[in-house]
Design a protein around this ligand. Structure first.
Ligand code: OAD
Length: 237
């Protein structure tokens, strides 16, 4: 039976071939930076200038990268599933904007978005293409000192958890693409799916930490295995 209701979880591996670094691979972000310094509220409080520089650099990098065949295939899958009366929810841990640019619409950024700013004083969230600094002033409340990237740090609550878990419980297929399965709660989604009786497929360069929980798996570069798998699903519809 072809799946009608699909939840896709993605991680940094889906963007690797676009030139965005993964986190835990040998040349990954956490090999160069200490996550406690740049990706925790405590790190931001201790050295906000360093944290702003880290995310400003990553935000600037977005204009130099493009969606790859895996992003486009997932956008095409969403359109195809919707056309046949089903639904696809894409939950991403990535803070880049490559899924949007690849055509995905029903998209939940559970770790936030690099291309948005957030004001810790008034909570305003808005598009942000430029750099942020300790001196940045909030456009909404005019206060300085509260501006931060709209990303979720370790120790903070990921966004859209209710929506993601509801979508998984209602799905007939859960797919995990390009994630090592090291960071919870996203790493627990496959177990959530399996306990709800939902089939689960892993598409990754190599087996993740949760590989044994999946009912099916394909291993290889995302730009090859994701379009191939999407082609099979759409052909079955
Ligand atoms: P990781 O770096 O932990 O894992 C990346 C995964 O992608 C690995 O399993 C790789 O094998 C796989 N991979 C690498 N290149 C690939 C390719 N070309 N095609 C397919 N797969 C490939 O990154 P994430 O799982 O995304 O959170 O990490 C999850 C979270 O940890 C991130 O959102 C971030 C990080 O710390 C925060 O910063 C809060």
């Amino acid at each position: 039976m072809s799946p009608k209701n699909i939840v896709v979880l993605t991680g940094s591996g889906v963007s690797a071939e676009s030139g965005v670094a993964t986190f835990r691979d040998a040349d990954g972000v956490w090999a160069k930076y200490d996550y406690r310094e740049v990706a925790t509220p405590e790190g931001f409080a201790a050295n906000p200038a360093l944290v702003h520089e880290f995310y400003n650099n990553r935000r600037r990098g977005l204009s130099g990268v493009s969606p790859n065949a895996a992003h486009f295939a997932l956008g095409k899958l969403e359109a195809g599933i919707e056309k046949s009366g089903g639904q696809l929810t894409l939950v991403t841990q990535n803070v880049d904007d490559l899924h949007e640019r690849g055509g995905s619409k029903n998209l939940l950024h559970m770790h936030g978005e690099l291309s948005k700013s957030e004001c810790a004083v008034c909570g305003d969230v808005r598009k942000c293409d430029g750099d942020l600094s300790v001196e940045s002033i909030c456009v909404a409340c005019s206060q300085p000192g509260g501006m931060r990237p709209h990303v979720v740090w370790f120790g903070e609550m990921p966004r859209f958890m209710d929506e993601a878990l509801d979508a998984i419980a209602a799905a007939d297929l859960f797919i995990s693409v390009g994630t090592s399965g090291s960071v919870y709660p996203a790493a627990g989604f496959v177990a959530d799916a399996r306990s709800a009786g939902v089939a689960a497929t892993e598409l990754n360069l190599e087996p993740s930490e949760n590989a044994h929980l999946f009912t099916d798996s394909r291993y290889g570069p995302a730009t090859e295995i994701v379009p191939a798998w999407v082609g099979e699903v759409l052909n079955a519809h």
